[in-house]
Design a protein around this ligand. Structure first.
Ligand SMILES: NC(=O)c1ccc[n+]([C@@H]2O[C@H](COP(=O)([O-])OP(=O)(O)OC[C@H]3O[C@@H](n4cnc5c(N)ncnc54)[C@H](OP(=O)(O)O)[C@@H]3O)[C@@H](O)[C@H]2O)c1
Length: 304
């Protein structure tokens, strides 16, 4: 394909996209672009005021767009269940973006259910949400699930043993684990839905200055982040391209890992990314699936 840009996105009229973390950064940009191409978007996030502001921003970019909001706190399994069950009763979700995330929490924190916060939000909250919202995804004629991982998934400290960081907590280690889990989960979902119309893809967006960098371990870390951000980081609109490409391109296939075109995310077509070593190991996928069911108390059988 020649140089892909979001302008190449086919008409999305009649399709509904649900985006976790749709009120900020990459998620908001993904919503804006899909809405401009005719999709109805549902922004899911933990704060109604921020969601309302984001829905206004989507409508400003795409005045004809239907932008709805849904409160969903991924760090609270009862909120996840309530949101998922209500959506599953009535909606059809064609594009499900597991996009929300937190990073670099200085001290080990836990979710309402006692799960380590970074993995609890970035992976386990999404796992439980996907499982319970699945009837809405299954109603679609051509559903795609897109999970937003990160380059950090390749770091050796991101191995999935000690998933809850009970033995040793390192802020970016927990983030790397959560982002590796996004990949391992997606590849296992792709295996479990193989041969069906369901497609599961995972992306990494490159780097962009967004709300994600708000947690630092101290003033120095924040200064370094802010300087490096200006020097090397791209924009949320560039970083949304792999998500948009994975969601709408006819060229992609279930089980693929897609990253940005290059350091300059806007200079070409998003391309296949190198998987973290062992992330496509089926035994690791099965182990993570079983651990996710056990930790969340939610069984997920993604039968098409
Ligand atoms: N920016 C980068 O350089 C970069 C690089 C690699 C990967 N990523 C990935 O890209 C994704 C999007 O991040 P971003 O850069 O766009 O950051 P962002 O602007 O901070 O967006 C993150 C979103 O997640 C939401 N969120 C956080 N905790 C939540 C919870 N408990 N329940 C529901 N929603 C929650 C946030 O909501 P609030 O507004 O309420 O906090 C926000 O809408 C993340 O998965 C991140 O790991 C980003």
């Amino acid at each position: 394909m020649n140089h892909w840009t979001p302008e190449n996105i086919p008409d999305q009229t009649g399709r509904t996209a649900l985006i976790t973390g749709g009120n900020s950064g990459i998620g908001l940009e993904t919503a804006r672009v899909l809405a401009r191409h005719g999709a109805r978007v549902i922004l899911a996030g933990r704060n109604q005021a921020r969601l309302d502001e984001a829905a206004d921003a989507v409508r400003a970019a795409a005045p004809e767009a239907q932008a709805d909001t849904f409160v969903l706190d991924l760090a609270d399994l009862s909120s996840v269940r309530d949101a998922a069950v209500r959506i599953a009763e009535t909606e059809t979700i064609d594009l499900l973006f597991n996009n929300a995330g937190v990073m670099n929490l200085p001290e080990r924190q836990t979710t309402r259910d006692g799960l380590e916060m970074t993995v609890g939000t970035n992976h386990l909250g999404h796992f439980a949400f996907n499982a319970q919202v699945w009837p809405a995804v299954n109603r679609s004629a051509a559903p795609r699930v897109i999970s937003v991982s990160a380059d950090a998934a390749r770091w050796p400290i991101g191995k999935l043993d000690d998933l809850m960081s009970e033995k040793n907590y390192r802020a970016m280690g927990a983030y790397a684990k959560s982002k590796r889990a996004n990949i391992v989960y997606t590849l296992e979902l792709a295996r479990r839905t193989a041969g069906s119309r369901i497609e599961a893809l995972v992306i990494h967006p490159g780097a962009a200055m967004t709300g994600l960098q708000q947690h630092g371990t101290g003033a120095l870390s924040r200064i370094v982040t802010s300087i490096s951000a200006r020097l090397i980081m791209g924009s949320a609109s560039g970083a949304a391209r792999p998500s948009l490409y994975a969601a709408t391109s006819p060229q992609v296939r279930s089980g693929q890992f897609i990253g940005p075109a290059g350091r300059d995310q806007t200079s070409g077509t998003p391309k296949f990314a190198r998987l973290p070593k062992g992330a496509d190991d089926q035994a690791e996928g099965e182990r993570l699936w079983a651990a996710s069911e056990q930790l969340t108390g939610v069984t997920f059988t993604p039968e098409p």
